[in-house]
Structures are given as structure tokens and as C-alpha cells.
Ligand binder design. Structure first.
Ligand code: HPA
Length: 238
């Protein structure tokens, strides 16, 4: 039992998916895991453990934004000894190289977050994914013929931006899409020697102004979850 997770240590698996939306956590558990059981309801941030192709896997809602994802990832690492953490979420495309429903497999995450400003005091830390998970996610996307790009996300503290000019500057340097969690996940995983990855489907396009319907979001989210689960199982636990 940790401060925000009401589970015994053995109730959480070493491999865990991290959607922002706790209702998505329940949908993932019901749709993809066998014999899943809910281990957490504190603050409505649902967590479940079941099996996928015979291996134990958990799924934990994290909420939106880096302060909240930081709470769950810190506790999952320190109190529940999770080894592989994969964020499954949505993102806003910043380039026409991406279409709606495409998947971004994040190799790295730039951030405007004050969390890393405080941690590194002016040093510029490169928040990067685990290479094993990244490689296996790319292989899974290729074999399932899921349209994807591998590259850099912007993990932003703001959904509603006051400085879109700064986002444009990052796009000039190859940033593909914006979301709000990956940089903190990657940074904490590196700090504690765990493996982390983020895969995000494009739910809205900030260049073309288009958005997906809820039905489209559910279908593409499902493809991405399968990809994330396959990547985790293909990557040995350390
Ligand atoms: N900004 C931040 N996070 C997001 C977005 C966005 O436009 N779309 C989906 N997640």
C-alpha cells in the first residue's frame, strides 16, 4: 500500500501500461487482459492486473500531466518494483508527416516542464525511451502494419498554450507531436534504472485542425495497446 495506490506489492505486475484516463485503464483490462482484477480505486485512479498471453500485466490510470504521472510512477517503482512502464495515450500532431490515428512511438521527449528545470537547474536533460522496448514496439508496429513514426514528442505542462511560437520552434527541430506525460516517465525510469516507453495515437491535428471521432479513437487506441503489450512481452525483464 503506497500513498496513492491501495494494493499489496504482489498485486501489481512487473510490466505495466499507463493510460492517462482511468476509464481507459478499465477498458484495457476488460478488453485485453484475462482474469483481470482491480487493485486500486483511490481517487478514482483505477488499476488492474491480469494476464496477456499468459504473462502478468498491470494497467494503471495516471491522470493528465507530469505532476500526476510522477506520483504514480514514483510509487509504482519504489513500492511495487515495476520493471517496464509503457505509456499508452493520445497526442496532438504538430507535423503533416502524421495523419489522424497514426501512432507516434516516442524515442525521446522534449519538455517545457518546470519539473526538469528544478531537477537539473539549467542543464538540458535528454529524456529518452528504453531502447529494447522501442525496438520491439517498432517491430510490432511493422508486423501489424500500424502506421507509425518514431521520433520526439513534446511533453508540455499546458494543453492550452500561451506560446505557440515556442512549439513551432521545436517543430523546426523535428518534434512530431505534443502530449503531457512522457518526459517525466522517461526521466524517472532513467533515475531508477527501469525501462520506459510512450506510444501515442494522434487524436487531433494541430496543423490541419482535424480531430478523430470517439469511435475512431477507440479503434486506434486498441491497435496501439496491442502493440504496447507485444513490445513488453518481447522485451525480457531485467
Ligand atoms: N496537447 C497536449 N496533449 C494532447 C493533445 C494536445 O493537443 N492532444 C492529445 N493530447
Amino acid at each position: 500500500m503506497s500513498t496513492h495506490i491501495a494494493a499489496r506489492p504482489d498485486q501489481v505486475a512487473p510490466r505495466i501500461l499507463l493510460p492517462g484516463d482511468p476509464l481507459r485503464a478499465r477498458w484495457i483490462a476488460e478488453t485485453f487482459l484475462e482474469g483481470s482484477e482491480c487493485y486500486n480505486e483511490v481517487r478514482g485512479m483505477l488499476g488492474f492486473t491480469g494476464t496477456y498471453r499468459g504473462e502478468r500485466v498491470s494497467v494503471q490510470g495516471t491522470g493528465m500531466g507530469m505532476p500526476t504521472v510522477s506520483i504514480y510512477v514514483n510509487e509504482l517503482i519504489s513500492e511495487y518494483a515495476v520493471q517496464q512502464l509503457v505509456r499508452v495515450g493520445s497526442c496532438g500532431a504538430l507535423t503533416e508527416r502524421l495523419g489522424l490515428r497514426d501512432v507516434v512511438i516516442a524515442q525521446a521527449a522534449a519538455t517545457d516542464s518546470a519539473m526538469n528545470t528544478h531537477r537539473f537547474q539549467g542543464l538540458h536533460y535528454p529524456a529518452t525511451a528504453d531502447f529494447g522496448l522501442l525496438r520491439h514496439a517498432v517491430e510490432a508496429a511493422e508486423s501489424a502494419q500500424v502506421r507509425h513514426l518514431v521520433g520526439t514528442l513534446l511533453s508540455s505542462d499546458s494543453f492550452y498554450h500561451d506560446r505557440p511560437d515556442l512549439t513551432e520552434r521545436l517543430v523546426d527541430f523535428g518534434v512530431l507531436a505534443v502530449e503531457m506525460e512522457a518526459a517525466e516517465l522517461f526521466t524517472l525510469a532513467a533515475r531508477h534504472d527501469r525501462a520506459a516507453l510512450a506510444v501515442c495515437t494522434v487524436s487531433d491535428h494541430l496543423v490541419t485542425g482535424t480531430t478523430t471521432t470517439s469511435q475512431e479513437r477507440e479503434q486506434s487506441f486498441g491497435e496501439m495497446v496491442t502493440l504496447a503489450l507485444d513490445a513488453m512481452l518481447a522485451t525480457p525483464l531485467s
